[in-house]
Design a protein around this ligand. Structure first.
Ligand code: HBI
Ligand code: FE
Length: 295
C-alpha cells in the first residue's frame, strides 16, 4: 500500500478534480451521505487492524483509540471526534477532498486542525491509496493526536513547514514527518511498537515493519533523517526508532535552522543506506526490495 503517497506531491495541483470552494480547502464531511457499502469498507479495514494491532501499536495509540468515538460499525463523524479531541489536546478534525497544497496543509496543522480525507477507498483497493482517505487519516492519525506530545509536535511541524517553504528546505523537513508521524517506530519496555500512521493504518506494513528481516531499524537522528530519501510507493527500506515518544517533545521545541545549515551541502542518503555512525537495532537483509528490483 504505502498508506499515503502524499509527500512527493509537494506543490501538487491536488487534482483539478476537486476544486476548492473555500480558500482553506475544507468541505463538509457529509456524514449522512456515506453509503452502506462505504461504512462496510471501513468495517473491513477496522476489524482487520483491530485484530493485528494489540502488541504492535504503541500504548499511546491504543489509549487514544479507546478514548475516541471510533468503532468498527461506521465511518466516524468528524464533529464528534473534534469534540473529544478539543477537550484533550485542543485539536479538531476538518474534512478535505484529498491531498491539499503544502501551504494549506501546514496552515491547518499550525492551527491544530487536522485535515482528513472525507472519502474512503474502494473495496477493490483495500491496500492501495493514492491519496490519504478517511481510514488512513482518522484511524491512523487521530488517535495519536490525543497524545499531548504528538499534538504539539504536529502543530510544530505545521509552523516549521511554512518556514521551511520560505527557506527552500521543505524536502528536508518532509522527511522528518515521513519517518516519524507516518512511519515511525518506538521502543517500549516490551519491544518495538508502531506509532506512525502510515504503518498503523496498513495491514501489510504493520507486519513488515516489525517482523520482516528485510528492513533496517535504526535509532532516530534528526540530521540523518533529514538527509534520507524515502519510498512513497512501497514498504520503507529503513525505519527510524525513537527511544521514547518524548523525543518528539524536544523536536517540537528546538530550532531546526542550525541543522538545515549543517546539512545544506551534504548529499542525500538512499532509503536503504546504513552508516557507520548509525545506531543499528536491526540490520536488514534487504531481500524484500531486492526481489522487487528483480521483478
Ligand atoms: N494533504 N490532505 C493532506 N494530507 C497530507 O498528509 C498532506 C497534504 N498535503 C501535503 C502533504 N501532506 C505533504 O506533502 C507535506 O507534509 C510536506
Ligand atoms: Fe498521513
Amino acid at each position: 500500500m504505502q498508506a499515503n503517497d502524499k509527500a512527493v506531491k509537494h506543490g501538487l495541483a491536488a487534482g483539478d478534480a476537486h476544486r476548492p470552494e473555500r480558500a482553506d480547502w475544507t468541505i463538509d464531511q457529509g456524514w449522512d451521505n456515506y453509503s452502506a457499502e462505504e461504512h462496510a469498507v471501513w468495517k473491513t479495514l477496522f476489524e482487520r487492524q483491530a485484530r493485528l494491532l494489540p502488541g504492535r501499536a504503541c500504548d499511546e495509540f491504543v489509549a487514544g483509540m479507546r478514548a475516541l468515538p471510533i468503532g468498527a460499525d461506521q465511518i466516524p463523524d468528524f464533529r464528534r471526534l473534534s469534540d473529544v479531541l478539543m477537550k484533550h489536546t485542543g485539536w479538531q478534525v476538518v474534512a478535505v477532498p484529498g491531498l491539499v497544497p503544502d501551504d494549506v496543509f501546514f496552515e491547518h496543522l499550525a492551527n491544530r486542525r487536522f485535515p482528513a480525507g472525507h472519502f474512503i477507498r474502494r473495496r477493490e483497493q483495500l491496500d492501495y491509496l493514492e491519496e490519504p482517505d478517511v481510514f488512513h487519516d482518522v484511524f491512523g492519525h487521530v488517535p495519536m493526536l490525543m497524545n499531548p506530545v504528538i499534538a504539539d509536535y504536529i502543530q510544530a511541524y505545521g509552523v516549521g513547514g511554512l518556514r521551511a517553504q520560505k527557506l527552500g528546505v521543505l524536502d528536508k523537513l518532509a522527511r522528518v514527518y515521513w519517518y516519524t508521524v507516518e512511519f515511525g517506530l518506538v521502543k517500549q519496555r516490551d519491544g518495538l511498537r508502531i506509532y506512525g500512521a502510515g504503518i498503523v493504518s496498513s495491514y501489510t506494513e504493520s507486519i513488515f515493519s516489525l517482523d520482516d528481516p528485510s528492513p533496517n531499524r535504526i535509532g532516530f537522528d534528526l540530521a540523518r533523517v533529514m538527509r534520507t530519501r524515502y519510498r512513497i510507493d512501497d514498504f520503507q527500506e529503513s525505519y527510524f526508532v525513537l527511544d521514547h515518544l518524548d523525543e518528539l517533545l524536544e523536536l517540537a521545541n528546538i530550532d531546526f535552522d542550525p541543522v538545515y545549515a549543517a546539512i545544506k551541502d551534504q548529499p542525500d542518503y538512499l532509503p536503504g543506506d546504513v552508516l557507520d555512525t548509525d545506531r543499528v537495532l536491526t540490520r536488514g537483509n534487504g531481500t524484500y526490495h531486492a526481489a522487487r528490483r528483480a521483478e
